[in-house]
Write a protein that binds this ligand. Structure first.
Ligand SMILES: [Fe+2]
Ligand SMILES: [Fe+2]
Length: 386
């Protein structure tokens, strides 16, 4: 029998109607799709007057994980710092379309050397794959296990930011005119990139299940190690340090649009790292959990080896003002900082600062006239405190 189709009446019902054309099938719905539950669908619930009133929630009963209290109540806060993170995150608004990329197109095709193009492409290739992993980690593995809404709300914002970062890399890749099939497959065909992705995938797959019982101490330790890895290594070192090769180009007046995009991303990542470390510290405290020092040192050393191989690949030929030894040395220096933030032993004693300009880059303080685009107007909060 021929099915009748009912046109949707307003663009508000389907905002993409205009974009995809009114003849697309998605602009129509069948009568079956339009069926909504009748009022009787809820008839099994007791009448309102039969529901006993519930006791108020004591905020002290909230926990990072394993809380038995109702988790639908925002305030009073048990973790007011988590709410502050959310408020601060909302001061960093931009989209990649706000940043002028015209000079980057010229720089890439006419000014960069072969070695510099190799660095630029592979850094983007690594970052774009990494941000998808970061999004899946926080959105699918971490957020659902939190048992206080103020934590989940910041993490919801973080999920959005990771998606925005992926859009940003995509915008750079498309604007410059790089081959998408080539760039997005680099992590699969270049072992030195895959080494880092593989470590993150292993950590993620250990906890990427909604029925992980965190009252089990082994599971809890696995979860804590995974969250710690993502906050301290993946975001706190690999991302924090991962933009540096392109910042090195920026410092020589090259690829300044891409670098500006990355500075906005870095600002988010600094907060993701700080928030994650704070959650992990609180988790260890509440759960009276002490992580195995050997397992921690193994994590740092595996991450170090992967980073060293990665640096050796992207900087197989050094570029002016940047080389693999500085990149790797800086990883160790930042890794020590992350360990101290967690009250843990430094994994690489004696590691020294290699990129003395990186922290300034992270805090968005720039040389004069760096910002020439309207994106500065979005900086509603000039001074984020990390
Ligand atoms: Fe990100
Ligand atoms: Fe992140």
């Amino acid at each position: 029998m021929k099915q009748l189709k009912t046109p949707i009446l307003t663009a508000w019902d389907n905002p993409l109607t205009h974009a995809i054309g009114s003849n697309q099938s998605s602009a129509f719905v069948t009568p079956e799709v339009m069926n909504v539950p009748s009022a009787t669908a809820f008839s099994g619930e007791p009448p309102l007057e039969k529901i006993a009133s519930l006791a108020p929630i004591n905020p002290d009963d909230k926990r990072i994980v394993n809380a038995s209290t109702d988790i639908n109540q925002l305030a009073p806060f048990k973790y007011p710092w988590a709410w502050e993170f959310f408020l601060n995150a909302n001061k960093n608004h931009w989209t990649p379309l706000d940043i002028n990329m015209a000079q980057d197109v010229y720089d890439y095709h006419h000014k960069l050397t072969v070695e510099e193009r190799h660095v630029y492409e592979n850094v983007l290739a690594y970052l774009t794959t990494s941000d998808i992993l970061a999004m899946r980690n926080i959105g699918l593995a971490v957020m659902e296990k939190m048992t206080a809404p103020e934590l989940q709300i910041y993490q919801a914002r973080q999920v959005y930011e990771e998606a925005l970062h992926t859009w940003t890399y995509q915008h750079c890749i498309e604007t410059i005119g790089l081959d998408q099939g080539d760039i997005y497959n680099r992590y699969r065909v270049v072992p030195e990139i895959y080494g880092k992705i593989r470590l993150a995938n292993q950590r993620l797959s250990n906890v990427l299940t909604s029925d992980l019982d965190l009252t089990n101490r082994d599971n809890l330790e696995e979860f804590a190690m995974s969250y710690l890895f993502f906050a301290a290594v993946f975001e706190g070192c690999w991302f924090y340090n991962g933009f540096s090769p392109i910042f090195a180009l920026q410092r020589r007046g090259l690829m300044k649009g891409s670098a500006e995009q990355l500075q906005y991303i870095m600002r988010d990542e600094v907060m993701h790292c700080a928030f994650g470390l704070r959650v992990v510290r609180q988790l260890l405290l509440e759960e009276k959990l002490t992580l195995d020092p050997k397992a921690l040192q193994t994590m740092w050393e595996e991450s170090d080896a992967a980073e060293e191989a990665y640096a050796g690949y992207i900087l197989r030929d050094p570029i002016l003002g940047y080389n693999a030894e500085d990149h790797h040395g800086q990883f160790r220096y930042i890794a020590n900082r992350r360990a101290r933030q967690l009250n843990l032993t430094e994994p690489f004693p004696g590691a020294t600062l290699r990129l003395d300009w990186l922290d300034e880059q992270a805090s968005m303080r720039k040389e004069k006239n760096f910002f020439e685009t309207r994106v500065t107007e979005y900086q509603t909060g000039a001074a984020l405190s990390w």
